[in-house]
Design a protein around this ligand. Structure first.
Ligand code: COA
Length: 191
């Protein structure tokens, strides 16, 4: 037992003293993009997961969720967003611990599928935490009218997934090498 715990709360219900620390970590990783107010589209039911040592935030991420239709079938999908570890505390397994906890939270939340993109160099990091790569797959973010695909010029992204229900596992061969219409909207364009 190391005394660390994972707190899961809807983004809008994260206590302000913790949310401010999360904003600081996010601002460090993505300067100027993040405020202390909720940043995600409430329609995606953002769930924040924080790795805490007492009242200190060591790492944070958000889980976003929506239904998707792929190859004619509907799935409840959830993905990871804004994964960040305190820069002073990287390389100690905190990221892996939180990202593994998020996979469990996504499964407990009833999602058929976990789905998100990451930079190619982080594939091993997510694999270490139980996520699997979907070779050749592309996530199409944005909206139908304004798509924001993960294979656009200048991006080098891979799609990571988890097949969590019998429904998803039965049809898993529909996913590798495919374009997956995620369309989370204009706020979290590729969640
Ligand atoms: C990416 C990040 C979350 C990793 O957190 P962390 O706590 O340092 O990672 P961990 O210590 O849990 O590492 C787990 C494993 O992933 C590997 N890993 C960690 N960061 C990595 C990176 N940037 N590239 C490749 N592998 C990485 C580690 O080597 C470790 O593997 P090992 O156990 O075989 O040694 C952290 O570096 C970070 O906050 N980066 C800035 C924000 C960011 O890029 N977020 C990801 C957005 S998709």
């Amino acid at each position: 037992m190391d005394g660390l715990r994972v707190l899961a709360r809807p983004e809008a219900e994260v206590p302000r003293r913790l949310k401010l620390q999360v904003a600081e970590l996010q601002n460090h990783a993505w300067p100027g993009e993040i405020s202390a107010e909720p940043v995600h589209d409430p329609a995606l039911r953002p769930l924040s997961l924080l790795l805490l040592d007492g009242d200190r935030v060591l790492a944070a991420l958000d889980v976003l969720s929506k239904p998707i239709v792929h190859a004619g079938r509907t799935y409840a999908a959830s993905g990871l967003s804004t994964v960040v570890v305190d820069p002073a505390l990287r390389g100690r397994g905190h990221g892996r611990r939180l990202v593994a906890a998020a996979r469990a939270a996504v499964a407990d939340g009833g999602a058929d599928l976990g789905l998100f993109t990451c930079d190619r160099g982080l594939r091993g990091f997510y694999e270490n935490a139980g996520w699997e790569p979907l070779p050749g797959a592309v996530l199409v973010g944005g909206t139908v009218e304004q798509p924001f695909p993960s294979d656009q010029e200048g991006f080098d992204k891979v799609v990571m997934a988890a097949f969590l229900t019998a429904h998803a596992r039965r049809h898993r061969s529909d996913f590798p090498g495919s374009r997956i219409a995620l369309h989370p909207g204009t706020v979290d364009r590729l969640w």
